[in-house]
Write a protein that binds this ligand. Structure first.
Ligand code: LFR
Length: 498
């Protein structure tokens, strides 16, 4: 790397990374500086994030970066910014302390909170205010769970920060709430792009906790002295990227243009979750959108990410975890190979079945689901692996139909970005099930989106279109053309009735 480099701290639900990115010869170049595991921790009934461990790894990664790009290096660190998954948050008190743990969205404490909320404000009203998909993991329901539990953090809070904002606060000392991630709370209006006073009022959430959202690309501050001492990064600007990982991933989809009114491409940001949707200039807060349970999340520069949250490779990952507990640990490649060799459509599972959100054992849960839906139990592991992938492709097919209905457009290309773009079997299944061309890559879409937004924020790039053109020129993609599409018709009918 040469010239200005930007450090992207990219935290996912299973791993975190510190990545340095810069431009050389008209291409984005990335260098992975540090990679670490991330797992929620179960303690008694609670499911918590190890935010201190994450911070320790972040500062370790920053230290390595500061060493690598020191005064003698051809590259100089121009900024740092953090992205994470959505919906999770921390609460700070008046003494600038984080006094309660940061909970994971799969925390059982949230169960039933959506119904509790709707006893106070109707589903229709919540949707009209926020345009968001209804999911129990949403921040709104987590906050209500905290309130109901008499949570010590909740009782003493003076401000609310999303997960990435927490790390920006640790880095710079500044309390900000970045807009794309704020949009995942189900407390923000996608029209005014600020907090819904109505919902805050109805649910007794103090408006003083919620500062006006900061747009992606804003310089929040500089690394504070304690961080400079620990890492060697001195006077480095902290620049908010699109802190919601999905917003960063969508930013780096290698397509032309930005937020077209009639999109002819859609994306699947494929990882632990699959986020499938389009990028639009305006939110779509319509009865059809509510009925199809799509979400209007905030994209960069005022765009909307109209998408559906689909329980993604989580199931595949959790089957592996269950096998590990049983003493066998196939590699990802072995799992895909066995899936490819297994008979097609012998077990159909809906990745969004509520029972699969946080089961204690994914295999037991799938066996129970098979019996509940009148299907034979999986005869071997290959069937299980295949069912996890086919279920996703079938869900994508239905989601694509809904997207075209919602946007009244016809979509010819599906861009798959993120880790799942490496899964060739899933990419081909997606092309076949949806009968559309699939363009897979880049894999590190989120980190790339984080880096290019920092480049926009620091004036190195001037627009989203320019950033996308740069991404297109920098990273190879792989195209899959649909084959054997008819084979998916009958299973899709069965799947729709599950
Ligand atoms: C993807 C993601 C999704 C969000 C889910 C939970 O990593 O950010 O967009 O719905 O995680 O936060």
């Amino acid at each position: 790397l040469r010239g200005p480099v930007h450090l992207a701290v990219d935290l996912g639900a299973s791993s975190g990374r510190v990545i340095a990115g810069g431009v050389r010869d008209g291409k984005v170049q990335l260098a992975e500086i540090w990679r670490f595991e991330n797992q929620p921790i179960r303690m008694q009934q609670d499911l918590l994030w190890n935010h201190l461990g994450l911070w320790q790894n972040i500062t370790h990664g920053l230290r390595l970066a500061a060493d690598q790009f020191d005064a003698t290096s051809a590259a100089q660190i121009a900024s740092v910014g953090v992205d994470t998954w959505g919906v999770d948050f921390g609460l700070l008190d008046e003494h600038d302390q984080l006094i309660s743990p940061v909970r994971c969205y799969r925390d059982p404490r949230n169960q039933g909170m959506m119904d509790t909320a709707m006893q106070r404000v109707s589903r229709e009203e919540i949707f009209a205010e926020t345009g968001l998909q209804f999911m129990e993991i949403n921040t709104l329901y987590q906050l209500l769970a905290a309130k109901q539990a008499g949570d010590v953090g909740f009782r003493n809070a003076t401000s609310f920060l999303m997960m990435a904002d927490l790390f920006h606060w640790m880095l710079s000392g500044e309390r900000t709430v970045e807009a794309t991630n704020a949009s995942t709370t189900q407390l923000l209006s996608p029209v005014t792009r600020t907090w819904s006073e109505k919902l805050l009022g109805e649910f007794g959430l103090p408006s003083a906790w919620f500062p006006p959202p900061t747009p992606a690309g804003t310089q929040i501050g500089v690394v504070q002295e304690s961080v400079a001492e620990a890492t060697g990064l001195r006077d480095v600007p902290v620049v908010a990227p699109a802190t919601h990982d999905t917003a960063s991933a969508v930013l780096s989809v290698p397509a032309s243009g930005f937020a077209p009114a009639r999109p002819d491409w859609c994306y699947i940001s494929s990882g632990t979750w699959s986020l499938m949707g389009v990028e639009l200039p305006e939110p779509k807060i319509t009865p059809l959108c509510a009925e199809l349970n799509f979400t209007n999340e905030g994209g960069v520069q005022g765009s909307t990410r109209l998408l559906k949250n689909i329980g993604g490779l989580w199931i595949f990952q959790q089957i592996r975890a269950a096998l590990q507990r049983r003493g066998s640990a196939p590699s990802w490649a072995e799992m895909v190979q066995q899936a490819a060799g297994a008979p097609a459509f012998s077990l159909l599972i809906n990745p969004d079945d509520a029972s699969l959100l946080a089961p204690t054992d994914m295999i037991d849960e799938i066996v129970a689901l098979a019996s509940r839906t009148g299907q034979p139990a999986p005869s071997d592991n290959g069937v299980l692996f295949r069912a996890a992938l086919e279920g996703l492709a079938l869900r994508y097919r239905l989601t694509l139909e809904s997207l075209e209905r919602l946007t009244q457009s016809s979509i010819s290309t599906i861009h798959i970005v993120g880790g799942g773009s490496l899964n060739e079997l899933l990419c081909q299944m997606t092309a076949d099930a949806c009968n559309r061309r699939v363009v897979a890559g880049p894999v590190e879409a989120t980190a790339i989106g984080n880096v290019v937004m920092q480049m926009i924020g620091t004036g190195q790039l001037s627009s989203i279109e320019e950033a996308r053109a740069l991404v297109q020129a920098s990273f190879p993609t792989k195209t899959y053309t649909p084959q054997n599409t008819q084979a998916w018709d009958a299973p899709a009918d069965r799947f729709a009735k599950l």
